[in-house]
Ligand binder design. Structure first.
Ligand code: PXP
Length: 244
């Protein structure tokens, strides 16, 4: 089964916002990503608007031909925005203001009744609803129970362990992710994965047969500084395909 690549463009908006102006434009980056053959664009409208802003979402919805995966916290404000735009996909993520990036997975099991109600109108609006979670069985089972279509498994811990040279612990984490992917697939969920992936770590995750989509941002935008967005994406694709 072909593995899709979604590219997260939040990091372009982070650079733009550092100067408070209009450049670099994340929509221009998204169009280059599209031209480079990516399957989707991911953008996270955070509550504090620290990178992507409302106007970026408007512009992305108008400009993109490939699907937008709209990442958001499970708040009433974000739900209203998603229902207004009706993006192809909505990925629910936990949000803590003080974090630098999305540090952990969503606690679906601990908030199941509320999340079931929260996602119902999104599903009715036609969005493919995804839960960004860790590999714990209870989170995967709860995601299936509340009617999510997709789980995106958080690969950040695995990538951190690899970066720190803690290979044995990374293997344990990888094997837990593999088991999580298998369980999610058995429960009828579509399996995605992402966070922190690079050329060094993508292959091990792309090798899980159940994974249908990877969402990758920070590494690709960083790599684009040195070699351009399209070559960076093309090489990521090569790593992904080599692992299948
Ligand atoms: N998937 C989700 C749900 C995320 O929140 C992020 C980070 O915004 C990513 C994937 C991509 O992570 P990274 O930017 O580290 O590649």
């Amino acid at each position: 089964m072909a593995l899709r690549l979604g590219v997260n463009i939040d990091h372009v908006a982070t650079v733009r916002n550092a100067r408070g102006g209009a450049l670099p434009d994340p929509v221009r980056a998204a169009l280059l990503v599209e031209a480079a053959g990516a399957d989707g664009i991911t953008a996270h409208l955070r509550e504090d608007r620290r990178h992507i802003r409302d106007a970026d979402i408007d512009a992305l919805m108008a400009a993109l031909r490939i699907p937008l995966n709209f990442e958001m916290a499970a708040t009433a404000e974000m739900q209203a925005i998603a229902l207004r735009h009706r993006p192809h996909a909505v990925c629910l993520v936990p949000e803590r203001r003080e974090e630098r990036t999305t540090e952990g997975g969503l606690d679906v099991a601990g908030d199941a009744a509320r999340l079931a109600d929260f996602i119902a109108p999104l599903r009715e609006a036609g969005a493919r609803v995804s839960m960004f979670i860790g590999h714990e069985a209870r989170q995967i089972e709860a995601s299936a129970r509340i009617g999510a279509a997709v789980v995106e498994l958080h690969t950040g811990h695995y990538c951190d362990l690899m970066a720190e040279g803690r290979g044995a612990e990374a293997e344990v984490e990888l094997s837990a992710l593999a088991q999580g992917a298998a369980l999610a697939h058995d429960l009828g969920l579509e399996v995605h994965a992402g966070h922190g992936l690079s050329y060094d770590t993508v292959g091990a995750v792309a090798a899980f047969p159940q994974v249908m989509e990877l969402n990758i941002g920070h590494f690709l935008i960083g790599e684009a500084i040195f070699r351009g967005l399209a070559p960076a994406i093309e090489e990521m694709r090569r790593h992904m395909e080599a692992a299948r």
